[in-house]
Every structure is written in C-alpha cells, then in structure tokens.
Design a protein around this ligand. Structure first.
Ligand SMILES: Cc1cc2nc3c(=O)[nH]c(=O)nc-3n(C[C@H](O)[C@H](O)[C@H](O)COP(=O)(O)O)c2cc1C
Length: 215
C-alpha cells in the first residue's frame, strides 16, 4: 500500500494552456468542438469517453462512463440499454450531467442537461454501424441485472449468435440512444498554482451568458 504521506503529496502543476471569456467561442457547442478536436489531435485514448451522472427521483446518485456517439448544436448522444440502472434513473429524473477529463491537456468539461430518448430511426441507424459481436452483445446483456455466472452470459451470447447471423441483427427493442440537451457548460483549464481558468455558460433568453468562475 502506498505511504499515505506520499499519496497526499501526489500533485501536478498545470502549465499548458489558458482560457478566458475573450478567447472562448460565443456558443458552447463551438467551444466543445474546438476542445474535442484538440483532444483527438492530441491522440488521447477514447476522447469520447465521458462520465454520465444520474440520480433517482429521491436524489440517490449514480455514475458511470459511456461513449459520446454524436453531437450537434443542440445535444450530445450516447447509446445504452433502456432497462439499465442509468436508463431507469433517466426515466423518472431526466436531469443528468456529462463530464470529460482530458488529463493530457489539463482540461475538464462539465455539462448539465436533460436527457430524452433518441428516435427509433436514430437508434436503428447507429445500431447498424456497430460491429457484429457488439450487436449480439447488446442482445445478450440484461444490463445492470444480477446474473448467476459469466458462463450464463457467454452461453446466452452463443445462442444469440446462432439465432442472428451476421448482417441480419435487428436492434433490440430495449436498446437505444439518449440525447442530452444542455442548460449549462463549464470549461476548466488547469493553470499554475491552482489558479485555474473556469468559463461557465448558462442558457439565458435564448442565448448563452458567459461568466468566469473562481477556481
Ligand atoms: C470506456 C467505457 C465506455 C463505456 N461506454 C458505454 C456506453 O457507451 N454505453 C453503455 O451502456 N455502457 C458503457 N460502458 C459501461 C458503463 O460504464 C456501465 O458499466 C454500464 O452502462 C452499466 O451502467 P448502469 O448500471 O449504471 O446503467 C462503458 C464503460 C467504459 C469504461
């Protein structure tokens, strides 16, 4: 086990970039695009991996990583099992957040929004692009439920492989996408001596109000 003093001493000074109200885009989706493109150029592994935070109606929180599979100037999309714990949370409490941490660029992005299911057509189109085994995997997993063993899951996968030949896998009715429509964004750039830059966007009168937050 790591020595606790050594653990407490783990820290990094952030020196790479700066962010200001003047330098950011007027629209946070454009700012997201700039940073996302830079994350791709920096060859970050899975730059589209984001943390999704949800809560039950009573406010009991949960979090997990999902992959961003598309965005436009209104929403961010991901795909999942509609019977999963996250989907059950979103069905009763559509408020959620998305969080990206790109440590290689000393950046994080926080997005708070409201989730709704994508159209069947959007889900069908995306499902059709998935590799065959991922398509079967979507059928095989009753996501977030308790299972007896790994073997049970793998046997079920094999049965489904026989049932649905490659090139002919329909989208499971219990699997599809969510679109998260943001109300707030925060772009965080690590800076020297913990004096980080935090630029906050909030929807206001149909536009976006931009402010700087104290680190
Ligand atoms: C890098 C990474 C990407 C993931 N992408 C997805 C995804 O796009 N959709 C998904 O349902 N689960 C994804 N998962 C698995 C989830 O983190 C989670 O375990 C699963 O969705 C069940 O979550 P829930 O029980 O909270 O609903 C991913 C996990 C990792 C580590």
């Amino acid at each position: 086990m790591i020595d606790q003093t050594a653990l407490a001493a783990l820290r990094q000074d952030y020196l790479q970039h700066e962010l200001s109200k003047k330098s950011v885009a007027a629209n946070p989706f454009d700012q997201f695009s700039r940073w996302f493109d830079e994350a791709v150029s920096a060859q970050i592994v899975e730059p589209n991996a984001m943390h999704l935070g949800t809560a039950t109606r009573e406010g009991l929180p949960s979090g997990r990583t999902v992959l961003l599979k598309g965005y436009d100037k209104t929403a961010f999309k991901f795909y999942t099992n509609y019977g999963s714990a996250k989907a059950r949370d979103l069905a009763v409490n559509p408020s959620c957040y998305l969080h990206f941490f790109w440590k290689e660029l000393e950046r994080q992005i926080f997005i708070r929004g409201t989730a709704a299911k994508t159209t069947d057509q959007e889900s069908d189109e995306y499902f059709a692009t998935r590799p065959y085994k991922s398509q079967i995997g979507a059928w095989a997993s009753e996501q977030s439920s308790t299972i007896e063993s790994r073997k049970q899951l793998e046997d079920h996968f094999e049965e489904l492989t026989a049932k649905y030949p490659e090139g002919n896998v329909p989208r499971p009715p219990f699997w599809g996408g969510f679109r998260v429509v943001p109300g707030q964004f925060e772009f965080w750039q690590g800076r020297r001596s913990r004096l980080h830059d935090r630029i906050y966007y909030e929807k206001e009168n149909g536009g976006w109000k931009i402010s700087r937050l104290s680190p």
